[in-house]
Structure formats: structure tokens, C-alpha cells
Design a protein around this ligand. Structure first.
Ligand SMILES: Nc1ncnc2c1ncn2[C@@H]1O[C@H](COP(=O)(O)OP(=O)(O)OP(=O)(O)O)[C@@H](O)[C@H]1O
Length: 278
């Protein structure tokens, strides 16, 4: 896989998240979800947001998706401020019920293309078939979501997202509800899809192992409210390395960066730490 370090020297960032504060306001109180979070995502990055539960990973993804207004800072896609959802940012969620159950698998994948007028019905059908084939589901085009396993439903959600050819694919713990074997298979399949035709991925997980396997770059966030702890290059690992000593050492190092460094506790990072791991 190509290194994002080289891309960074030649390409402009696709996505710029600049000193972003996110808040949830209720009549009783305001919850600060992230504080001064900054990062850049370059074309074809597999960029991971990694941190403990409640550090604001999903909130950041929602803000990039245009579903959550920001309380401070700015988010730019190709230099333009994100203010609302758009088909150029498509989200895949953890939940298996993200597919309308009354539509067949094929109709589910076609739907966004037709609704957004990216394609007419005929072309949407062809594109949908192409991506269903890519995720190994061409035999299930006429099935309904309730006839599929959890892994198959996630494959449909991925096919539906890729069919839209978004500028950036947003994935919120998409494999977290799967059993361990299916999860590993889906991770492999996602990387294989990326190798076939690289896309830009912003992927949320709280699994250090998954971050190292999937990511080319990893942003570590501190516990609630999320602040940047460090940014890592992680392009050197493949799924086959998962049992290797160097992989284990890197996972341990990330664990320490996330949880063991007392000098960062409660202190917002002024400058994200840049590390190369491995
Ligand atoms: N709708 C909401 N209303 C109020 N507070 C919220 C809401 N959604 C999230 N929060 C709060 O914002 C903070 C960040 O939540 P978020 O879901 O973004 O974290 P996360 O890192 O994705 O967590 P997890 O890994 O558990 O999904 C948490 O303190 C959470 O309680």
C-alpha cells in the first residue's frame, strides 16, 4: 500500500478539520464532546479516529457528515465549509438495520444513486450490480435485508456507499457488531476493495488492533471531551501481521499513548504529536 507520507508532500488535504469543538446542548446542560480537534485527511488515506468510549469519535464523523453543527472551528472539504449532508460524504453505520427493509438488496444499492440524481435507473442498476459483485453478493440482488446475515447486510451497506463514489467514505465502527471471524473477513474485504480502487476513508473504531490493520494514519483522541493525543502513520501493517511482535509492540505503544501518559491528562494538545510507529 502506498504511503500517505509521500502523498502529503504532493497533495492538498481533501478534508481539513480545524480546531473543532462539538457540543450537545440540552435545557439542563451542555456536553462538550470534542475540544480543539484538528486533523487533515488526504486523498486515498485510510484515516482512523481512535479513542475510548465517549471521546467524540462518532460526533466528529457526524460533523464531517454534516449532521451535527460545530460549536467552534471549521471543517472544510476541498476547501469548502461543510454545512449540511451531501452525497459526497456517505456514512456506513454499525447497526444492521440501516437498510430499508422493504427494498431488495439491489434496490437498496440503487436508491441513493437515483435519489441524488447521480444516475438514471438503468445506470444505477448497472452500478449497483457492479458493486454487489465487488462485495460478493451478486447472487442476492433480489433478496430482502431480513434474509441476510449481519455480515451480508454490512456488505450491502458498503456496496451502497461505494456505489455513490463519495469524495470520502465515513464508517462508524462498521464491524463492531459482527462475530470475530466475520469481522476479520470484512476487514480483509474492505482493504481488498481499497486496493482494487483506492478511496478516501474516515473510519471510527475503539479497537487498537482494528485501527492498525485498517488504517494508513491514526488519530488518537483522549477521553471525554476528545482532544488530539497523537497522530500516527500506520501504513506498514497488513492483516497478516496481526500476530507479529512488532504489531503487538505498536498496539501496546498506542495503548500507552491513549491511557498512560499523565502529562496529557486534562490538557488540550496545542500541537498534535506526530509519531511513526513500528
Ligand atoms: N445526542 C446527544 N446528546 C447529548 N450528549 C451526547 C449525544 N451524543 C453524544 N453525546 C455525548 O458526547 C460525548 C461524545 O459521544 P460520541 O458518541 O461522539 O463518543 P464516541 O467516542 O463515539 O463513543 P463510543 O465509542 O462509545 O461510540 C459523550 O460524552 C456523549 O455522552
Amino acid at each position: 500500500m502506498s504511503s500517505s507520507i509521500h502523498r502529503q508532500s504532493s497533495a492538498s488535504p481533501l478534508l481539513q478539520v480545524d480546531a473543532v469543538n462539538l457540543e450537545y446542548r440540552t435545557p439542563q446542560r451542555t456536553v462538550r464532546a470534542t475540544q480543539d480537534v484538528s486533523f487533515d485527511v488526504y486523498p486515498s488515506d485510510r484515516f482512523i479516529l481512535l479513542g475510548p468510549s465517549g471521546c467524540g469519535k462518532s460526533s466528529l464523523l457526524k460533523a464531517v457528515g454534516g449532521f451535527l453543527p460545530i460549536a467552534g472551528g471549521q471543517i472544510l472539504l476541498e476547501g469548502t465549509t461543510i454545512t449540511q449532508p451531501s452525497p459526497d460524504r456517505v456514512m456506513v453505520f454499525q447497526e444492521f438495520d440501516q437498510l430499508p427493509p422493504w427494498k431488495t438488496v439491489l434496490e437498496n444499492v440503487m436508491f441513493g444513486l437515483v435519489a441524488s440524481r447521480k444516475a438514471g435507473r438503468k445506470q444505477a442498476r448497472e452500478t449497483a450490480k457492479y458493486y454487489l459483485n465487488k462485495v460478493g453478493l451478486d447472487g442476492f440482488a433480489d433478496a430482502y435485508p431480513h434474509q441476510l446475515s449481519g455480515g451480508m447486510k454490512q456488505r450491502v451497506a458498503i456496496a451502497r456507499a461505494l456505489a455513490m463514489q463519495p469524495k470520502i467514505l465515513l464508517m462508524d465502527e462498521p464491524f463492531a457488531a459482527l462475530d470475530a471471524l466475520t469481522r476479520r473477513k470484512m476487514q480483509q474485504e474492505l482493504l481488498s476493495l481499497w486496493r482494487d480502487a483506492p478511496f478516501t476513508l474516515l473510519f471510527v473504531t475503539h479497537s487498537i488492533e482494528e485501527a492498525l490493520m485498517i488504517g494508513s494514519r491514526i488519530l488518537l483522541l483522549s477521553p471525554h471531551p476528545g482532544r488530539v493525543r497523537a497522530e500516527l502513520n500506520a501504513d506498514q501493517f497488513s492483516i497478516d501481521d496481526v500476530s507479529s511482535p512488532i504489531f503487538r509492540q505498536s498496539a501496546q505503544r498506542i495503548h500507552s499513548l491513549l491511557f498512560d501518559d499523565p502529562k496529557h491528562d486534562g490538557q488540550p494538545e496545542k500541537t498534535p504529536l506526530l509519531h511513526a510507529i513500528g
